[in-house]
Write a protein that binds this ligand. Structure first.
Ligand SMILES: Cc1cc2nc3c(=O)[nH]c(=O)nc-3n(C[C@H](O)[C@H](O)[C@H](O)COP(=O)(O)O)c2cc1C
Length: 365
């Protein structure tokens, strides 16, 4: 079976190339996840590192799916599977507490990211999720290097690897390459070891159809996008944050990778190999350029939280996690329209390139 038909079998409602919305902590909640799947993508609900509200969130998602008109297409064999995935941040998420909710709602996929020990900590997660859902919940893992991809493939045989490059918004490996070299090197490394059956999705800096066409050329079956969906109607996001995503441009300059955004927000669980990409603001400038101590920087951050939406922006201190593709995000749209537009653009790009290629061939001596 080709990777494309395997994806169609597992997720019968999807259009290909597959577009997944990333499980962004506190932002990718049921309305966004369900809207993405309803439009032919695969929406992920963010469970994050504290799964206290997972069951309530899944109940909410299940209600939105039931109310979907037209319904989200399910093959008979997959009846009873919730057509959204759930993303865990494994350094903090509790497996036992998560399993009951997974068993009860059977999301179509789980997405693992950020274990303390990669891949060892993920082995019980994959085994037990597959056991409680009889394999109906597929296993996805987000990785950021060739070594991680090979280790995870060998230890878990995931259904999908989300290959995250350095342009990605939010957390990722501090030492990382962009998808332009990472995805093909991962594809080759997996092929050499007989893992051609694992689908790859490229993540990091992809916000439009041109990026999707590029991801396919690199050997991916689709993409996972986070930053683009920050500017969607269904994202659970402060207006100040969303306005900053629309304002920022030239993402290689206006965003940076750092741990400062975790430190000012008093989040200390991330394994040392991770940092996070966000739009540069006063927290960053104070820490990196002015050498401000964390304690003072955090105090100023806490003060800033009182300002509401005015706290975002280059002169503000509220964190704007976003990827380098932020400059290509220029409008806020319903998530379904984002999927439609990106798929159309990808199709046009591929057709245009195919046309240009034929012209070249015709002019060769
Ligand atoms: C605001 C934000 C929050 C994120 N939160 C998570 C998360 O909770 N779990 C996770 O696996 N990845 C998270 N990510 C990373 C995404 O999974 C993905 O790798 C990234 O968004 C892809 O790059 P892009 O933002 O350029 O599309 C987050 C990304 C952003 C922008």
């Amino acid at each position: 079976m080709t990777l494309r038909s395997a994806l169609h079998t597992a997720y019968p409602w999807i259009k290909t190339p597959l577009i997944a919305s990333a499980p962004m902590l506190r932002i990718a909640m049921p309305p966004l996840a369900v809207a993405v799947s309803r439009a032919g993508g695969l929406g992920f609900l963010a469970a994050g590192y504290d799964v206290a509200t997972l069951e309530t969130d899944l109940e909410h998602a299940a209600r939105l799916v039931r109310e979907s008109d037209p319904p989200i297409r399910q093959a008979p064999v997959e009846k009873g599977v919730l057509p959204i995935g759930v993303g865990f941040i494994n350094w903090g998420a509790d497996l036992t507490a998560s399993l009951e909710a997974i068993r009860k709602y059977t999301p179509c996929a789980v997405w693992f990211f950020g274990p303390v020990s990669q891949p060892d900590d993920l082995i019980p997660w994959a085994k037990q999720v597959r056991a409680v859902t009889s394999g109906r919940t597929r296993v996805w893992v987000q990785v950021g290097s060739v070594a991680e991809a090979v280790a995870v493939a060998e230890a878990l045989e995931p259904d999908v690897l989300v290959v995250q490059g350095s342009d990605a918004g939010g957390h990722g490996l501090a030492r990382s390459a962009s998808v332009i070299s990472l995805v093909p090197e991962v594809r080759d490394a997996l092929a050499e070891r007989g893992f051609d059956n694992i689908a790859l999705l490229a993540a990091g800096g992809i916000v439009d159809g041109r990026g999707v066409a590029a991801a396919l050329a690199l050997g991916a079956s689709g993409v996972a996008m986070g930053t683009r969906f920050l500017a969607s109607h269904e994202a659970t996001i402060a207006p100040g944050y969303q306005a900053e995503v629309l304002r920022a441009s030239d993402g290689g300059i206006s965003t940076a990778r750092s741990t400062v955004y975790d430190r000012v927000r008093d989040i200390h669980g991330w394994p040392r190999r991770y940092d996070g990409r966000g739009v540069i603001n006063e927290s960053y400038v104070d820490a990196v350029e002015r050498g401000m101590a964390d304690e003072e920087n955090r105090r100023l951050y806490v003060e800033e939280t009182m300002k509401g939406d005015a706290g975002w922006g280059p002169k503000g201190r509220m964190t704007t996690y976003a990827g380098t593709g932020v400059g290509l995000v220029r409008d806020t749209l319903p998530a379904g329209d984002i999927i439609k537009r990106v798929l159309l653009e990808a199709d046009e790009t591929i057709k245009r390139l195919a046309g240009e290629r034929s012209d070249t061939l015709l002019t060769l001596p």
